[in-house]
Design a protein around this ligand. Structure first.
Ligand code: FEO
Length: 173
């Protein structure tokens, strides 16, 4: 049985991951609308991943006999100045998700809930990968700069990171 405080914080995380999935839909749609087909594909895939993150938490709460509260979804931000701002916004969001995951780690340790602590470690690793991924994309955007073909090249670079629907996007070395 789940401690009520753990049930509450996991439900909060279900809402955060669900909101992230919608946020990536908005980012992907902005990219598609501006002709960044590669970035749109990458971000639509990422939206699917966030839904998977939400479902993994939801199933854990159910498996532990807890009560899931399916969250309301806020309308995500949909206006951006440029592609760089889109990925800065994504990176900022991932850092906020990491902070929320760390709160779950701390609470599970405080309550001696080693099962939840073990479960949430998957998210600790996932956040490390996601923060790295978005930081590297921002580095590449910075590196490519703003010359004649820059936007086209940025889109190509991000397209290379797509691995098919639901796949993990990893920066190749
Ligand atoms: Fe599920 Fe990107 O955090």
């Amino acid at each position: 049985m789940l401690d009520k405080k753990i049930e509450e914080i996991l439900n909060k995380q279900i809402a955060i991951e669900g909101q992230a999935s919608y946020k990536y839909l908005a980012l992907a749609s902005w990219c598609d609308n501006k002709g960044f087909a590669g970035a749109a594909k990458f971000l639509f895939e990422h939206s699917d991943e966030e839904r998977m993150h939400m479902m993994k938490l939801l199933n854990y709460v159910i498996d532990k006999g807890g009560k899931v509260v399916v969250p309301a979804v806020e309308q995500p931000r949909s206006d951006f100045k440029n592609i760089k701002e889109v990925f800065e916004y994504a990176y900022d969001g991932e850092q906020q998700v990491t902070a929320a995951i760390n709160e779950i780690v701390s609470l599970s340790l405080k309550l001696n809930d080693h099962t939840t602590n073990n479960f949430i470690q998957w998210y600790v690793n996932e956040q490390l990968e996601e923060e790295n991924l978005y930081r590297q994309i921002l580095d590449r955007i910075e590196l490519i700069g703003e010359g004649g073909n820059a936007l086209y090249l940025i889109d190509l670079e991000i397209d290379k990171l797509s691995k098919g629907a639901g796949g993990m996007a990893v920066i190749p070395e």
